[in-house]
Ligand binder design. Structure first.
Ligand code: C2E
Ligand code: CA
Ligand code: CA
Length: 620
């Protein structure tokens, strides 16, 4: 249809030219029938021209009506033109007028067949409407030459038909090709915005959706943006393989689709993160929705006979309270998620402006920490670990301190996480081990040093070498170095960790399991790795929760230690009574303010001197 109505100019020129020629010839000849027929040509031409203009201004007509009107107009025009030429031939008007009108009719028929090739019915219909009556009129003429013209016109018909059909075919091919490439383009566009694993939108799709949705939102509409992260998804992937991992993601996607309102936008934001948004009336609605989703995701999944439970954390940002543009909202939700993950896992957190301030302070710490190393603001303190039977110092735990020129003393809790996040811990950790080894080399030979290691340090390339070179530099017997690791190191079953522990153990370095009782407290690590010490976390020793249950746990751990020939250290001993309790429970070593806080190296040396002179640090 488009090909028929496009280029209206050719239609108008045709109409004007044909009408002009017909009227001129008819008036010159002065034949009444010819004048009537020429007027009909003019009238139809006028109506068709009007129709072409109308199409541009009238509301969209449906294609069928347009086609019908075009057909009626086309056939009427063809018939009237044929009539003029046939009447001229039939009426035996002067030859020049006959020739003029025949030429107009034949060339119109030929031209129109090419022009309307998009619709063979109209093109060929018009061709035949003009040429069939005209050829009959020509063949029946008394003049032999006109008869020859008639025969030639008849021969002209099949050749024009064949050309028209050819044009039609190539038109169709190019339309089909155009449609195919448009379909492909549309498909590519969909693919570019879709996540292949879950069928949800991907990052690009989400951005587009979110921006569109935010533009559509009215001034008093609220939108909640959720950023969800699956807990320990990496373990699932590593332990059960990527295929199961992908199915977990698909299942999470399915549960999200089910739990969220139909109009919500849902996307997988790469890895195990999902972002979704929907409009909400109040914060409370949003809270209920978040709780429902967390609940749904937590429901056990059954995949290939494996029963899996996946927790998740969600950060929530609200439009307009936390931002009105996509970037702001995403940032806010991301920060809220970070905090949700810091807290007890499996929770949700709303964005709070304080989080931005905290982020700023973390960034500040990050920048300053790099400077601190250069400026010598860091130093190692040492806290004694004491034999509970003799009261003698067996070891010192190295604890890092930062003396900030403005903020004063900073505790590791404030900056070690930042150092871990930014990777600075690797350089920092190597420095700590070196300093600790150097300090220990100054102490009596039966006193060792314990250094805390971050998982990141152990996974860094050259981790073993760094420890060995610290020992070599200080000329310290490897058996005097103890490395404290926490269970978080074993969350992933990494060969690297095992190799690190095995290699250094073989050299004589000892390992202690720190903060025991706060994580998984799995016996399999204790069985698998050659720990020489287990440090029972101070929450079992001091604090509000300690009582008969905590004591029973300490007793059980101590009994295990005896059986496995491991030392059991009670951390956080602040009072005499606690010391007695853990000693009676079977712990062999103790550490805490009761004996001493962490002190600089020269004070550690004094503690040692005092210890060796008398009967131990604080005769228990
Ligand atoms: P941690 O390894 O469990 O270290 C023991 C923490 O308990 C130390 O806090 C110590 O000062 C504190 N403490 C000792 N006795 C008592 C007590 O009687 N009562 C109480 N309430 N606390 C006691 P600190 O020095 O703030 O270190 C906190 C954590 O930071 C450490 O926990 C350790 O995980 C990390 N950390 C400290 N120094 C380093 C380091 O050099 N490298 C690495 N990677 N982490 C470190
Ligand atoms: Ca420790
Ligand atoms: Ca500890």
């Amino acid at each position: 249809m488009d090909s028929l109505y496009s280029n209206p100019m050719s239609l108008i020129i045709g109409a004007v030219a044909a009408t002009g020629v017909c009227m001129t010839a008819a008036l010159t000849v002065g034949d009444t029938w010819l004048i009537i027929a020429a007027s009909v040509v003019g009238a139809i031409a006028l109506m068709r021209t009007g129709l072409v203009f109308a199409i541009h201004y009238l509301p969209r007509w449906n294609t069928r009506t347009l086609e019908l009107m075009f057909e009626v107009g086309a056939f009427a025009f063809a018939a009237s033109l044929s009539a003029v030429a046939s009447i001229a031939v039939w009426g035996e008007v002067p030859y020049d007028a006959q020739m003029l009108l025949v030429v107009v009719a034949v060339s119109y028929a030929t031209a129109i067949a090419a022009r309307n090739a998009g619709s063979p019915f109209i093109a060929l219909g018009q061709l035949l409407t003009v040429l069939v009556p005209l050829s009959i009129a020509l063949v029946l003429s008394k003049s032999t030459l006109i008869l020859v013209l008639g025969l030639a016109t008849i021969l002209h018909i099949p050749s024009v038909i064949s050309i028209t059909m050819k044009v039609n075919r190539s038109l169709r091919t190019s339309i089909t090709e155009a449609e195919t490439s448009e379909r492909l383009a549309r498909k590519m566009e969909v693919l570019a915005h879709t996540d292949v694993v879950t069928g949800l939108h991907n990052r690009a799709g989400l951005n587009e959706m979110l921006v569109t949705e935010l533009m559509r939102c009215g001034p008093d509409q609220h939108l909640a943006l959720f950023w969800m992260d699956l807990d320990r998804f990496k373990e699932v992937n590593d332990l059960l393989g990527h295929q199961i991992g992908d199915r977990v993601l698909s299942e999470v996607a399915r549960r999200l689709r089910e739990s969220l309102p139909d109009e919500a936008g849902i996307a997988r934001f790469g890895g195990d993160e999902f972002v979704f948004f929907c409009s909400v009336r109040h914060r409370e609605d949003c809270e209920a929705l978040a709780a429902r989703i967390l609940q749904q995701i937590k429901r056990p999944m059954r995949l290939d006979g494996e029963r899996l439970e996946i927790g998740s954390s969600v950060g929530i940002a609200m439009m307009p309270d936390d931002g009105i543009d996509a970037d702001r909202l995403m940032q806010a939700a991301d920060l809220a998620l970070y905090h949700a993950k810091q807290g007890t896992r499996g929770g949700h957190r709303f964005f709070d402006p304080a989080m931005t301030r905290e982020l700023a302070s973390r960034r500040e710490i990050e920048a300053e920490l790099r400077q601190a190393i250069k400026r010598d603001e860091l130093s190692l303190f040492f806290q004694p670990i004491v034999d509970l039977q003799t009261g003698r110092i067996k070891c010192f735990e190295a604890l890092l301190r930062w003396f900030h020129p403005i903020k004063g003393e900073l505790r590791p809790g404030e900056f070690i996480p930042v150092a871990e996040e930014t990777g600075v811990i690797v350089t920092l950790g190597n420095w700590i081990t070196r300093q600790a080894a150097l300090a220990c080399a100054q102490w009596p030979e039966d006193v060792s040093v314990a250094v805390n290691l971050s998982p990141l340090q152990i996974k860094a390339p050259g981790a073993v070498l760094a420890i060995e070179s610290a020992l070599r530099e200080a000329n310290l017997d490897p058996r005097r170095l103890e490395l404290e690791v926490t269970e978080s190191l074993f969350i992933e079953d990494s060969e690297q960790t095992a190799a690190f522990i095995d290699e250094l153990s073989a050299k004589g370095v000892r390992f202690a399991l720190d903060d025991f009782g706060t994580g998984y407290s799995s016996l399999s690590y204790i069985h698998k790795f050659p720990f020489s010490k287990i440090k029972v976390d101070r929450c079992f020793v001091s604090g509000d929760d300690v009582g008969p249950r905590a004591h029973a746990i300490i007793r059980a751990v101590a009994a295990m230690g005896r059986g496995l020939d491991m030392e059991i250290v009670a951390e956080g001993l602040e009072e005499q009574e606690q010391v007695e309790t853990v000693r009676d429970a079977g712990c062999t070593l103790g550490q805490g303010y009761f004996f001493s806080r962490a002190v600089p190296d020269y004070l550690a040396a004094m503690l040692l001197a005092q210890d060796r002179d008398g009967d131990g640090l604080r005769a228990a």
